[in-house]
Write a protein of this length. Structure first.
Lengths: 468, 423, 117
């Protein structure tokens, strides 16, 4: 069997890989996205703070700073074009000691240098008026109105679906086992056969160093830095209206408390370097740290409303900054590595940045028939009563409720399974529709969703998977 | 425009069915039960074990048989049960938004509403069990639905956390279906389920029950590989050094039930923090005018027989509310029921002594295991009721009947308490 | 010999004390009602249990069933095995026999839920 030929092979279908695929799908290129998992958004992209940062945190002139600010700017257009739920809710960095207000000023200056607009320092009174549930000891805050919250699954899926609509191919459940240089570029060995590609783009998250080392001389190391989170029910979602950060103190880096785009309240993350790149376990200590630290900036958090806890792995590079460059020896091999926070915020700008690197290697010809827009799954819960009534009239499946907590109907779940690059697992359905994401955590809807997946996939119910 | 009905009953499980039958028999024939599932019966449809109905029917029935009796009663009366219908919200003015495949989205104005939505299980997230999040972790009720209604076995090597009745019942069920149930771990020093279920679901099959134990870690990336169980101290904190790893592919959680009051909140109903159900008076009326509550949405019951009895009262009271519109009642004398020593909550929370017509069922749960104690109901120093108990346990609801004549002339708050005696 | 046991006759769970002589109960105390006495007497001589399970239907969905009365405790797994090897044709009504004389106990296994085809 001869190898399949592509101009571009992107390894990793997280938010970065999918954003790059979408950006490159504007051009006359044969693109394949390869991922070892059975769905997109299965690694770092699925478990993070879901924040589009303002961009004041990173040191000026770093890639993190530049790409974060640019990525943030791109979100308004992108959320419209690709139907990504996004809200500029603003953020506050809170300070508990008068003596540390100077640190807020430093952050403000850094933000200005990075090009973050409209930031200002809030007095105690202003801060508490804006966020009545701030802890009493919060004495000042830095306010960044451009910070936002996003649905990271929807964002990744949107990039992937739009790339797919523009002829990018996806090879999921496909693990890259080796890469070698050949006359036309690279030969990629996978668990599903051989691929040839002129350019390889390494978006492999915590595995980016392993992929790099397959064909290049080792030049960086990626450590999985685990962050644990607690998610509270929607009834707790209005505890705060903005993302509340804490100034780092001598006790360490703080945790954030934020509303999510789905209306829940999210708290975390911790930070712990771990050896196992698959170890997304939560720990008793980690969760109690999240709890203790979140109480330092926000009061009245109803901890009894926790609906789930989870942890994610940040891909932390030993260089301190994002690594986005063509390898100096292996020409045509582009690393997009060390994409830890603010990676989600930067993803749209990383895609542009990578496009420019690709443009330096080969000529980019724009497609005449590029489709810039993508329509997401119509979510009933987001519609007005009239629109819901109309939709059910058109398609009665929207009148059959499957998930009671998030009010998701059979119509939406069927759409999530049937659309291109559709869900094949319970988690896939959950991330696309919100079914099972609510307070009962799929206790009620999972038997029905399992039955629907089994029917679509033509497998027995007992073989339907939760994830991967 | 909005349709109009006299009485809307939300939920077609045991509570909704019994409420509908009683309301109908009290003269309200313009009523509809809204049931989200494809058939009435609620959770009873998946409770295929026996043990239901000893109080109500003087015989021991399985869940589906018990449900069938009430479904039959509703049918005989021509009561309309709209299945596949999910109520999305209820306004404080009793405007109900409901969707279904066949009738689309409708807004219905009801003169009275009975909440009978039942309860849900506490999921893993709410228990803060650390570890990985692989496939193979189910609440006991979800597993019960998969096994009994879909014919799907979740796994072969099973550990159960929590000794609630559903967990115990599933220990037996999974064993009979060929699985190996390794143990049941319970955080508390006493079981959360009925004693008879410990005997007939665990002891009969040699399944150990580890009291004061909990799951402290979960192993497995995609599929569950095992759990670590540790002993806990009196505060529920794991004791280091007591950890033991158990290989398993299935973890069932039976760690408590939570009344499902999302809809009650849309109607602005006041919720009792101790029960997670609405605050109700002796008529089972909530804080929202014309909205009543009964069954597990009001407070979690152990016995369906008590649910049916309570629901029938809600049905009669809702009917009376509709029939008595415009009639003059006595000037109210409101008293509060107070959960005193050893009592976690009471249902109802208040009563209008001047207008009582039926017996009041005062239901409550105790805080702890008390042996050789006395249950006392007092108004100040005035003892209204007193009963010696060999044992009271938190897992079993207490039910005291207060007759109208016992309460005649009372106008102070009434306290229910446990007087601890010598063992 | 004295045996302590918990009655499973109803949810009360009475703690019974049974005096046993030659495998027979000679006195039962701790029971609230007649069910407790009878339970103790059977339990010390030849314990029995109800069995509830599901039988597969021709439509591929399980239908709940129970033994019409109690069967010897040591026959439970034999009864379940027979139930598992049987199928019923829908529709079925409550009381329909799914397995006759299950595992030679003389007790029928009957349907407990009206189920349409």
């Amino acid at each position: 069997m001869s190898a399949k030929e592509y101009d571009i092979a992107i390894i990793g279908a997280g938010v970065v890989g999918c954003a790059v695929a979408r950006e490159l799908s504007r051009y006359e290129l044969g693109i394949v996205v390869i991922d070892k998992e059975s769905d997109v958004c299965e690694g770092t992209s699925k478990a993070n703070s879901a924040i589009i940062h303002g961009g004041f945190d990173a040191e000026p002139s770093t890639l993190k700073a530049k790409l974060n600010v640019r990525g943030n700017q791109l979100m308004d257009t992108l959320s419209k074009e690709l139907d990504i739920p996004f809200l500029r809710c603003g953020a506050m960095v809170t300070c508990r000691e008068e003596a540390e207000i100077t640190k807020l000023e430093e952050l403000l200056e850094r933000g200005k240098k990075n090009g973050v607009p409209d930031m200002r320092i809030l007095s105690r009174e202003e801060a508490h008026e804006m966020e009545p549930n701030l802890d009493d000891r919060v004495c000042a805050a830095l306010y960044c109105p451009t910070s936002g919250i996003v649905d990271p699954f929807a964002m990744t899926v949107a990039f992937a679906e739009n790339a797919y609509a523009n002829d990018a191919e996806f090879m999921l459940s496909t693990e890259v086992t080796g890469i070698s240089k050949n006359e036309t570029g690279f030969g990629i060995s996978t668990t599903k056969g051989e691929i040839n590609a002129g350019i390889v783009i390494n978006c492999a998250g915590v595995y980016a160093d392993k992929i790099h080392d397959m064909v290049c001389a080792p030049s960086f190391k990626i450590t999985a830095r685990r962050g644990e989170y607690m998610l509270l029910d929607r009834s707790a979602g209005d505890t705060v209206g903005k993302t509340i950060f804490q100034l780092p103190t001598k006790l360490g880096k703080g945790v954030l408390v934020t509303p999510t785009i789905h209306g829940n309240l999210l708290m975390g993350p911790t930070a712990e370097d771990i050896d196992d790149k698959e170890d997304t376990a939560t720990t008793r200590d980690g969760l109690s740290t999240v709890r203790a630290k979140s109480a330092l900036s926000v009061r009245n958090i109803p901890y009894n409303q926790v609906i789930t806890s989870f942890s994610g792995l940040r891909a932390t590079a030993d260089t301190g900054d994002f690594i986005i460059r063509e390898d100096s020896l292996a020409k045509g091999f582009i690393d997009v590595a060390g994409i830890e926070s603010p990676g989600l915020s930067s993803a749209p700008a990383i895609a542009e940045y990578v496009r420019d690197i690709v443009g330096g290697i080969l000529t980019l010809n724009e497609k005449k028939d590029f489709i810039p827009t993508r329509k997401g799954i119509t979510l009933l819960a987001m519609l007005s009563v009239e629109k819901r009534a109309e939709l059910i009239k058109q398609n009665p499946a929207y009148g059959q409720m499957i998930c009671r907590c998030s009010q998701v109907s059979e119509g939406e779940i069927a759409d999530s399974i049937n659309r291109p690059l559709g869900a094949t697992t319970l988690d896939g359905v959950k991330r696309r529709t919100g079914a099972g994401m609510g307070r009962c955590q799929a206790g009620f809807c999972s038997p029905k969703v399992i039955a629907m997946l089994a029917e679509k996939l033509g497998i027995p119910m007992s073989e339907v998977k939760k994830n991967g | 425009m909005a349709e109009h009905i006299s009485l809307a009953i939300i939920g077609g499980g045991p509570a909704g069915l019994a409420a509908a039958v009683a309301a109908y028999d009290s003269g309200i024939t313009d009523l509809v039960i809204f049931e989200r599932d494809s058939e009435p019966g609620g959770i009873l449809n998946q409770c295929i074990h026996n043990g239901f109905g000893l109080h109500t029917f003087k015989e021991e029935l399985t869940g589906p048989e018990y449900a069938a009796r009430f479904i039959e009663q509703a049918k005989e009366r021509g009561i309309n049960c709209e299945t596949g219908s999910m109520v999305l919200s209820i306004s404080p003015e009793r405007e109900i938004t409901v969707v279904s495949r066949t009738k689309g989205l409708r807004i219905i104005q009801a003169d009275a509403v009975i909440l009978a939505m039942g309860c849900r299980e506490r999921p893993r997230g709410a228990l803060n069990i650390p570890g990985m999040r692989p496939q193979g972790i189910y609440t006991a009720g979800t597993a019960q639905k998969l096994v009994n209604c879909e014919g799907v076995m979740p796994g072969k090597e099973v550990v159960i956390l929590g000794s609630g009745d559903i967990g115990l019942i599933m220990a037996r069920r999974m064993t009979l279906e060929g699985a190996h149930v390794k143990l049941v771990a319970e955080l508390m020093p006493y079981s959360g389920g009925l004693k008879r279920n410990i005997v007939q679901c665990l002891d009969d099959y040699g399944i150990p029950l580890l009291l004061s134990h909990t799951v402290v870690d979960i192993k497995g990336k995609r599929k569950l590989e095992g759990v670590t169980i540790a002993e806990v101290d009196s505060t529920g904190t794991p004791i280091p050094g007591t950890e033991e790893f158990y290989e398993c592919d299935t973890l069932l959680l039976s760690c408590g039930l939570i009344p499902e009051n999302e809809l009650s909140l849309t109607a602005g109903i006041t919720i009792n923090g101790a029960t997670n159900g609405p605050v109700v008076d002796e008529r089972l009326a909530t804080s929202a005018e014309g909205i009543f509550a009964c069954g597990n949405v009001l407070h979690v019951h152990d016995l369906v027989d008590f649910v049916s009895e309570e629901a029938a009262r809600a049905g009669r009271n809702a009917a009376k509310y509709i029939n008595d519109k415009g009639k003059k009642a006595n000037a109210p004398v409101l008293v509060k029921f107070i959960a005193g020593n050893g009592v976690r909550y009471t249902v109802p929370c208040t009563a209008d002594i001047a207008n009582i017509e039926e017996d009041i069922h005062l239901r409550f749960r105790v805080r702890n295991v008390y042996k050789g104690c006395t249950i006392k109901v007092c108004e100040g120093k005035n003892v209204l009721y007193s009963k010696k108990k060999r044992i009271t346990v938190p897992s079993e609801m207490e039910d005291i009947v207060l007759k109208p004549d016992m309460l005649a002339g009372i106008d102070g708050d009434i306290t229910v308490s446990i007087e601890e005696g010598s063992i | 010999m004295t045996r302590n046991m918990i009655c499973i006759g109803c949810p009360m769970g009475c703690e019974l004390t049974v005096e046993v002589e030659d495998g027979k109960a000679v006195s039962v105390t701790g029971n609230t009602c007649g069910i407790g006495k009878k339970y103790a007497e059977t339990e010390v001589s030849a314990p029995t249990r109800m069995v509830t399970s599901t039988v597969m239907s021709d439509a591929g969905k399980p239908v709940p069933v129970k033994t019409r009365s109690q069967v010897p405790k040591d026959k439970i797994f034999d009864v379940v095995r027979e139930i598992k090897s049987a199928t019923v044709r829908l529709p079925v009504r409550i009381g329909d026999v799914a397995v006759g004389n299950a595992a030679g106990t003389g007790v029928d296994v009957i349907v407990t839920k009206n189920t349409e085809a």
